[in-house]
Design a protein around this ligand. Sequence first.
Ligand code: PMP
Length: 354
Amino acid sequence: MTRVPVRDDLQALEGYHSPQVSVRVRLNTNESPEPPPAAWRDALAAELSRLDWHRYPDRAATDLREAIGALHGVTAEQVFAANGSNEVLQTLLLTFAGPGRRVVTFEPTYQLHGHIARLTGAEVVEGERRADFTVDAAEANELLARAEPTVTFLCSPNNPTGLVEPEATVRQVLAEVPGLLVVDEAYAQFAPWSALDLVDEERPLVVTRTFSKTWSMAAARLGYLVGPAWLVAELEKVALPYHLDAAKQAAGRLALRFVAEMETRVKQVVAERERIAARLRTLPLETWPSGANFVLFRPTGRDGRDVWQALLDRDVLIRDCSSWPRLSGCLRVTVGTPAENDAFLAALAEVLAP
Ligand code: PMP
């Protein structure tokens, strides 16, 4: 059969890969190590049995957006929800990027920012970070003035480095950004500050969040952004009708009744992250301070891929970033349960032993 050629601009594009391997200790995709609270599962099951399954869901997801708005002290009109924050990013880029427009990222960062931007036909201009992976705001603003992007991404804490962007950097970039500034805060609950307080109707700023990490709901695929109401209204024109199914809307709305439980989990993850970071500092490797639920490190004098494989041989799967641009030799471990973290640290110490 003759294969229909894909769009010219997509021919050189690679897909996004994150291997799903069956192992005892899986610390490669930054999920929550704990399932959601049992009371949430029960409440959801009860609600699912009452759903009008023969009807389309509430297209505007009003109750869910109101609940998210109440959580952050904004109105439902300032909240856009979609199937994972990836779909939030896709909708943003379909609306504000596209052919003939530019999108700026600061590398290394979350690969999907550039990837989805390219899928929309936009040109991606990659800004560089300093050697310690922080963004130099003055240099960033020079690049933005030259590139004139319609969308600029920051990611705080940044994936895969874990670094939190200082508030001063975000403010400086926001003050001069030519188009829209997107701050991807998929991991913000684990960090000391959030750009959410900077969102208002006058600023070209949106902050994206997800239920996949803190909320232990990666399986549900639910994310959202907080931004100006005019912008949310534009996104709603681009999103498919009824894109958020009724079960997911209920799942998200009910999750927001369990804020205290989630905050406890975040504290546990942060404590475990600090324990991992402290132990890593005693091993022959370079590591970076993380404000997220993962830690990046680079084994000294060892091939990153070999170390990754040796861990996998010991039933521990982490993320191999060693061949990614600007991250040569680096590996990223997600914070798991205390037992999983012990297994990872023991395996790593064994693998790196002289
Ligand atoms: N942004 C960042 C920085 C991420 O690391 C991830 C998950 N890997 C996402 C967005 C997407 O999360 P989701 O689509 O599960 O909400």
